[in-house]
Ligand binder design. Structure first.
Ligand code: PNS
Length: 159
């Protein structure tokens, strides 16, 4: 059974993340979405449970997704779950520098491969931090996130 890991903070999950998870799910038997437990909890907008609920709702149409939390090194989590590869979306060249470093470090630590998937062009500018900022000031995020996430952002910011 082939297992892919899609790791991230997902604070909140965007349509860009969903695009990568969906496309990854076509290539692997199972996709484990690994949500990092942020040690600086105060910096997160959404709690772990909220992030998990939003991810579950956005991926409900896919049959082979599991959502898990992790702390510490991603490679340890990958080993525990028998993952065959880490899959990362690349939006632009600017992502590549750091992602390459992490991929090479993860390979050095545990001989696990990282596969880079180009983000669909319509999502190349999209990030959770920009979504948070737009939503915070009442901007329209309907083209950027799933309706369930839009609703959660509205509740968070009262807009
Ligand atoms: O959504 P993000 O915040 O860009 O996700 C980053 C994440 C969680 C994938 C990355 O920070 C990570 O893998 N952290 C785990 C700690 C770790 O393994 N560090 C060494 C990587 S070389």
């Amino acid at each position: 059974m082939s297992i892919a890991l899609c790791p991230g903070s997902f604070d909140p999950v965007t349509l860009g993340h969903i695009d990568i998870i969906e496309r990854t799910s076509r290539h692997f038997d199972e996709v484990v979405v690994a949500v990092i437990r942020n040690p600086q909890k105060t910096q997160s907008l959404f709690t772990l449970q909220e992030r998990q609920e939003m991810l579950a709702e956005c991926t409900a149409h896919l049959g082979n997704i599991r959502i898990e939390f992790f702390m510490g090194l991603l490679v340890d989590f990958a080993r525990e779950h028998g993952a065959n590869a880490i899959v990362k979306g690349l939006r632009a060249v600017s992502d590549f520098d750091y992602e390459l470093q992490m991929a090479q470090m993860n390979f050095k630590l545990a001989r696990i491969d990282t596969l880079f998937m180009p983000t669909s062009p319509q999502h190349s500018f999209l990030s959770s931090s920009l979504v948070r900022e737009v939503a915070r000031f009442g901007g329209d995020v309907s083209q950027l996130v799933h309706p369930a996430v839009q609703q959660a952002l509205r509740q968070k910011f009262g807009k």
